[in-house]
Write a protein that binds this ligand. Structure first.
Ligand code: 5AD
Ligand code: SF4
Length: 453
């Protein structure tokens, strides 16, 4: 009998990728995915520790799962294995086990390939299982071959961890030191994905442009070289990578945006803040001017490059004038899309120790509202520039409305278009009729398909 597996995923794309791999690993043990926690035989919370709110959710959702397990047991429908995975598990494993003793397993992002062993232990009634080691052999060596994403647009982890130690960030502690997968195993995974139907691959890494995996000739490959290698694979139509650090935007990587035509003209390049004093306090190791220079260089190579970023407002000690520097940088760069957050102190990070300099909540909220208003305005005007123009859209799935498909533009916009469903999987030319805040709407250019699947 198949058992039901519920996975709740928080946070970044890396967690989305990891959740899919956990489902693949558990499938031979008889588990198939459900999107309902109620009645599940196993529930995994794949958690995020990046901001306060994200990690608070773990404990409230755990309480709900515990009640569901009780209800299931009372109805004599068996139990529910409750597991906590991801970055909260890595950072607060022991505390979770203490605060929520009913949790069966806690394991970090580097341990989930050991799930079959942990499941065996749990069903033997071995008590709570905690695994937050950083193993010497990377988990990628243990993932089954079939454990791959074959969505039309799919993610492929090429690098994990971070050595940058930005003063506000938990990632170097939860995901550990930088690690890059060898080129050969990435190429093999990409080929299997494409054979399974994938057309667009996004290379994932916490610091993806610091990629330096072993190349076929034994020497370390840069991300630019990896991209060139992947671009040779037949059937792959689009490539992207995320997330990048400005310091690693090397000349060869910038040039790749000009030279590799399947590399999409969209780049997520977080800057976090605009004032040099704050950038230094954040340990970003670049100035606002250096960031602007990189953007200029990229746009020289690829004039239609659309940019996305991350911003933090209210870093300890940030003055009004320094916040204005962030606003000015946003005006100068002009983003197509962006994420912005109020600073939240994370346990164990250097910035959390700057107690005397914390910015009041109301000030952070006011700054965030102003920044988001500006970013939303830029996003809307970016989307409007496409009105009346033709754009290539990878048609991915059916929309809610009858006869509607949803796809993605080269610039990551969602595009709604009337089209028969058999076109899913193709890249079609769409004439944009309307650019909205979060999407484009258009119609298929008659008689044309940019490329067949
Ligand atoms: N507070 C607020 N935002 C943060 N981020 C990372 N750490 C924190 C923090 N302590 C944001 C950064 C990062 C994104 C993934 O989350 O902008 O780029
Ligand atoms: Fe965190 Fe900075 Fe590393 Fe990004 S570069 S993961 S913000 S430490």
């Amino acid at each position: 009998m198949t058992k039901k597996l519920y996975i709740s995923t928080y946070g970044c794309q890396m967690n989305v990728y990891d959740s899919a791999r956990m489902a693949d690993i558990l499938s031979p043990l008889g588990y198939s995915l459900t999107n309902q926690p109620n009645g599940a035989d196993m529930a995994i919370l794949n958690t995020c520790h990046i901001r306060e709110k994200a990690s608070e959710k773990t404990f409230s959702e755990l309480g709900r799962l515990r009640n569901m397990r009780k209800a299931k047991e009372e109805k004599d429908q068996g139990g529910m294995i409750i597991a906590v995975a991801g970055c909260v598990a890595q950072a607060e494993g022991a505390e979770i086990m203490k605060r929520a003793p009913y949790v069966d397993m806690v394991f970090g992002p580097q341990s989930y390939h050991k799930l079959p062993e942990m499941m065996a232990e749990a069903t033997r009634g071995a008590g709570q299982i905690l695994d937050t080691d950083f193993p010497i052999e990377p988990k990628f060596d243990y993932l089954p071959d079939e454990a791959i994403d074959t969505n039309l647009s799919a993610f492929l982890t090429v690098q994990e961890g971070c050595d940058k130690f930005c003063a506000f960030c938990v990632v170097p502690y939860t995901r550990g030191a930088e690690f890059s997968r060898p080129v050969a195993s990435i190429v093999a995974e990409a080929k299997r994905m494409i054979a399974g139907g994938t057309r667009e691959i996004t290379l994932l890494g916490q610091n993806v442009n610091a990629y330096h995996g072993e190349g076929p000739n034994g020497r370390a490959y840069s991300l630019a070289e990896l991209i060139e290698e992947l671009a040779e694979i037949d059937g792959l139509q689009r490539l992207r990578y995320t997330t990048s650090h400005p310091l690693e935007m090397t000349e060869d990587l910038c040039k790749t945006h000009r030279d590799v035509d399947i590399l999409m003209p969209y780049l997520h390049l977080p800057v976090q803040a605009g004032a040099d004093r704050i950038l230094e306090a954040m340990n970003r190791r670049h100035t606002g001017a250096q960031y602007r220079t990189i953007i200029e260089k990229l746009r020289n190579y690829r004039p239609d490059l659309a940019l996305s970023g991350d911003f933090i407002v209210g870093f300890p000690g940030e003055t009004d004038a320094e916040f204005e520097d962030t606003m000015q940088l946003v005006r100068d760069v002009n983003y197509a899309q962006a994420y912005s957050f109020k600073y939240s102190p994370r346990p164990g990070t250097p910035a959390a120790a700057l107690e005397g300099q914390m910015i009041p909540e109301e000030v952070k909220s006011e700054r965030l509202a102003r920044l988001q208003a500006l970013l939303n305005e830029q996003q809307l005007s970016f989307n409007r520039t496409f009105e009346g123009k033709e754009i290539d859209v990878l048609l991915e799935r059916e929309g809610k409305k009858e006869g509607q498909l949803i796809g993605r533009s080269p610039y990551m916009q969602s595009v709604f278009v009337q089209s028969p469903p058999h076109r899913i999987g193709r890249i079609a030319t769409v004439v944009v009729e309307e650019g909205n805040a979060n999407s484009l709407r258009g119609k298929l250019k008659t008689g044309s398909t940019a490329s067949a699947a």
